[in-house]
Design a protein around this ligand. Structure first.
Ligand code: NAD
Length: 505
């Protein structure tokens, strides 16, 4: 787990495009000392937001979703300027958020409705048991740079739906898109329950110190620091962290499909996706065929920001240096570069799409998160070896298995130590927001989405127990004689043991 180096903030707030070096815009950094005041304002506004109830909040979220749809072009142009993404990659983010908002708008009232719980024992049917979901007032969202719209809003929408106010700390590398997203929230007449804190580590720390829940997305090394800081105030965190996702290609796979998926999964957004395909294990008998198909696909790819590029720039020189280091390390240890393997000549932080073979687990490209457009492919002798190698990682975000026999692929999937497995596809679990998305091991703690859980995670559970009848009221208090209480406890034990006695037979 390597920590991303701290970025030095430009004193003027100038943000430059990694594709061209030209100015993408300027931002006013937040003074960390101002964060308590911003959080206090949110805390105040949150009360009325909660009081609107789910239906009232759903209306506001619906207006915001419409605003996002109507301003898609403007958002995507800014995304391209700020991150150097290709137009195809930039076009993925807004629809995902509208889809998530649309689902929450439809389901939030049900997700937040008090739940009736059954009596655990018949004698407790004198009680009405309810669980109420009450929002945590201020949710701090700390986001990375790779998807400035999605990383900001995919969690914020759930928190806002829950009735929380949101203090969003975008990455210091991509603060501009967040400014536009906030302007949209204000333009559609929404209350002041969404605010920004712009800056780097110190501002993040102030956000943690002034929130009631922290939703963090970023590297595993930073995730540890976030959790340590949150522990000082005993506030909960949800951590969506780095990955080194494996793909396994079995000998009965549709090889063309597997190759297309591997290339897209590895190169999409220049490989800067937490769930990108970072390493591939291919059964010996189909290895040559798979590698040939991958190389054919990769050779057709064009790098470039905006229109015309399949994928765009890396976010900065640091990210490019990590990719260069992993490829150099692999070459030094005996790997072969079949395509790419170098920075694209000319201006901008571009790296050529790169296929590596003859790789093994002594190499950084197979063990550390690269977050660049590389695809290392390893030949394996058996399914068991593929599973062992896939699990040989500190990470456990997601994985992919390719086989024409879906049941066989599933039997492999359930042996992989990670939060999600896509069969005959890559990354698609991200769209399936009724299921949780969360990593195992160093890839995270908790999960986002998961149907109603994607809203309830921002709430505290309040249990309200009320009487159904006055019969039995006060029967356990001191007004009873010790003898009567003893008799009652004996009876309760006998009743509670009926089930276990039956089950133990
Ligand atoms: P990062 O950890 O460097 O930064 C993430 C955020 O944390 C930024 O906003 C940054 O300002 C802030 N930060 C930095 N130091 C901090 C500290 N000490 N305390 C609190 N906050 C601090 O990550 P990054 O380079 O921006 O993003 C890339 C990483 O994010 C990759 O590892 C990628 O896999 C991961 N990621 C994970 C998911 C997921 O859903 N699992 C999604 C996207 C990205």
């Amino acid at each position: 787990m390597t920590a991303t180096p701290d970025v030095e903030l430009s004193a003027t707030g100038t943000i430059r495009s990694p594709a061209t070096g030209s100015v993408a815009g300027t931002v006013r950094w937040t003074d960390p000392a101002d964060v308590p005041r911003i959080a206090a304002g949110l805390r105040e506004a949150q009360r009325a937001w909660e009081a609107r109830g789910p239906e009232g909040r759903a209306k506001v979220l619906a207006r915001y979703a419409v605003w996002l749809g109507e301003h898609r072009d403007e958002i995507e142009h800014l995304l391209i300027r700020e991150t150097g993404k290709s137009a195809i990659d930039a076009a993925q983010e807004v629809p995902l958020i509208i889809m998530i908002a649309s689902y929450y708008i439809k389901t939030m009232a049900k997700a937040l409705a008090p739940e009736k719980r059954p009596a655990p024992m018949p004698f407790l049917s004198i009680k009405r048991i309810e669980v109420h979901y009450r929002p945590r007032p201020v949710v701090g969202i700390i986001a990375p740079w790779n998807y400035p719209v999605a990383n900001a809003l995919m969690d914020a929408i759930g928190a806002l739906a829950a009735g929380c106010a949101v203090l969003l700390k975008p990455s210091e590398r991509t603060p501009l898109t967040a400014e536009l997203l906030l302007r949209g929230w204000q333009d559609c007449g929404a209350p002041e329950v969404l605010a920004l804190a712009q800056g780097a580590r110190e501002v993040s720390e102030a956000v943690i110190d002034n929130s009631d829940f922290v939703q963090f997305t970023g590297s595993s090394a930073t995730g540890v620091k976030v959790m340590e800081r949150a522990a000082r105030r005993l506030i909960p965190v949800s951590l969506e962290l780095g990955g080194k996702d494996p793909m396994i290609v079995l000998d009965d796979a549709d090889i063309e499909l597997a190759a297309h998926a591997a290339v897209w999964g590895a190169m999409f957004n220049a490989g800067q996706t937490c769930v990108s395909v970072e390493r591939v294990y291919v059964l010996e008998s189909v290895y040559e065929q798979f590698v040939d198909a991958v190389v054919r696909d990769v050779e057709k790819l064009r790098t470039g920001a905006g229109e015309g590029g399949d994928f765009g720039a890396l976010i900065d020189e640091n990210q490019l240096a990590v990719t260069e280091r992993h490829v150099a390390d692999a070459k030094a240890k005996g790997a072969k570069v079949l395509t790419g393997g170098r920075r694209r000549p000319g201006p901008g932080c571009f790296y050529e799409p790169t296929v590596l073979v003859d790789v093994d687990h002594s190499m950084l490209c197979m063990t550390e998160e690269t977050f660049g457009p590389t695809l290392p492919i390893m030949k394996v002798g058996s399914v068991a070896e593929a599973i062992r190698l896939a699990n040989d990682s500190p990470y456990g975000l997601s994985a992919a298995v390719f086989s024409r026999d879906v049941e066989r692929a599933k039997s492999v999937a359930v042996q992989l130590d990670c939060g999600a497995v896509n069969i005959n596809d890559v990354i698609s679990n991200l769209m399936c927001t009724t299921a949780p998305m969360g990593g195992w091991k160093a890839s995270g703690l908790g999960a986002r989405f998961g149907g109603p859980d994607g809203i309830r995670k921002y709430c505290r559970q309040e249990v309200i127990v009320s009487p159904r009848t006055s019969i039995g009221a006060g029967s356990t208090y001191y007004s009873n004689s010790p003898k009567a209480l003893k008799r009652m406890n004996k009876l309760l034990t006998r009743l509670a043991l009926i089930g276990p006695r039956r089950a133990a037979k």
